[in-house]
Design a protein around this ligand. Structure first.
Ligand SMILES: *Cc1c(COP(=O)(O)O)cnc(C)c1O
Length: 395
């Protein structure tokens, strides 16, 4: 028997906000752009399966994951759309990727050779009448420097990839690159530079000159992350790979803000009127100035609440912001409640909001990330498995 998921600390995920954010992307990129919804790292920490179930009716082209296991989980849940592994496939995982019908990203000739060998092995066991030519994507490194064929090498290598693919009965379905600075002020320029490198490396070819894709479809290019979608929508005309925006994270400087998707809430487990001079937490780093009201909340860094919020971050009680006092522990965090009381002390069992809205007040992902000296991506993916994810479709 599992206990009430709202008994201690939990993450609320707003499925209707996720849908609205997807539709906002759709309206910017247009109906023709193939949307590869990025659901890696368990849907940015919020739950990949629930994310995919929420997005399925909206018709993304497919889903992007980082590992074979992430892709296999989607297949096991019955997802039939393309699932693309956007990270380089570790050697030895080719058969597993093929068996799970995952689309592998290729960065060099050796990787393609290994993949084609696996294709041959697996298809020897399959019924040829039901076989669709297996597809792969080619990543081009236009400045990110972590994966892909260097753009300078592509003009020489592209025909070799194509020849190999043809001999091996595989299809180069799409080429992609990844932008490094689309989120930043002035990001248009870096996007344009990387985009030009990609298209020039492809021989200045129009997309239609690329080899044919699966089922006779034209092959295509996907490049834009959330930031580039909104900063330079033209590069998303054929396809795009939104992630953070779907999950409620602002994609970058001066870009549209999505609807918030995640809220972190936890209950008070103890209330203490602290006399002047009392100390709280490891290292006794906070000392009550006058009389203070300390509420101990059942959430800590073991849940993914960043410890850097100690004596720095804030939470919300009764629609009012309250400071986090003392060091955050693994399982417990103390907030000082005087500002939220109005003469009525906090009670055990009351809910404190660490992320998201509570009445008139709230804490945004970006604010929490700033307190923690990090980015909102790391906040989301850092929430630990101990927090139940509660998907509350409000419509
Ligand atoms: C994570 C990822 C994305 C999504 O980026 P966001 O900034 O979250 O929109 C797109 N492409 C690749 C290759 C990624 O790894």
């Amino acid at each position: 028997m599992s206990t009430d998921p709202r008994s201690r600390a939990w993450l609320e995920v707003d499925a209707s906000a996720l849908r609205a954010n997807f539709l906002a992307v759709r309206s910017v990129v247009g109906e023709k752009s193939r949307i590869l919804a990025m659901v890696k790292a368990d849907g940015y920490g919020l739950g990949a399966l629930e994310t995919v179930r929420t997005l399925e009716p909206l018709g993304p082209w497919g889903y992007g994951v980082a590992t074979v296991d992430e892709g296999a989980r989607l297949r096991r849940a019955g997802i039939r759309r393309p699932v693309v592994l956007v990270s380089p496939l570790p050697a030895g995982q080719e058969v597993a990727a093929r068996t799970e019908d995952l689309t592998v990203t290729i960065s060099n000739l050796q990787a393609l050779e290994r993949l084609l060998k696996a294709f041959a092995e697996v298809s020897a066991e399959a019924d040829p009448s039901t076989m669709v030519l297996p597809a792969f994507h080619l990543e081009v490194d236009t400045g990110m420097g972590r994966a892909g064929v260097p753009w300078r090498d592509l003009p020489v290598l592209l025909p070799r990839f194509q020849d190999l693919a043809q001999q091996g009965g595989a299809v180069l379905e799409a080429c992609f690159t990844h932008f490094h600075s689309a989120d930043e002020k002035g990001g248009e320029e870096s996007v344009e530079l990387q985009w030009n490198r990609l298209t020039q490396a492809l021989g200045g070819l129009s997309l239609n000159d690329l080899p044919h894709g699966r089922k006779g479809d034209e092959p295509w290019i996907h490049a834009a992350n959330s930031a580039a979608i909104f900063r330079s929508p033209g590069v998303a005309a054929h396809g795009c790979r939104p992630g953070i925006f779907l999950f409620g994270g602002c994609p970058g400087w001066n870009l549209p803000v999505p609807r918030p998707v995640a809220s972190l809430r936890a209950r008070i487990v103890r209330v203490q009127k602290a006399l002047p001079g009392s100390t709280v937490g490891y290292g006794a780093t906070h000392r009550a100035q006058g009389e203070e009201w300390w509420a101990t909340v059942g959430v800590g860094y073991g849940d993914g609440l960043p410890r850097l919020l100690s004596n720095r971050g804030e939470a919300v009680l009764r629609g009012v912001r309250v400071p986090i006092v003392g060091r955050i522990s693994m399982d417990l965090t103390v907030v000082e409640c005087s500002s939220a009381m109005g003469g009525d002390p906090p009670r055990v069992g009351e809910v404190v909001t660490f992320l998201g809205q509570d009445g008139a007040a709230g804490v945004s992902l970006e604010e929490m990330a700033e307190w923690a000296n990090t980015i909102h991506y790391e906040i989301l993916t850092g929430f630990s498995p101990r927090l139940p994810r509660i998907w509350n479709a409000t419509d």
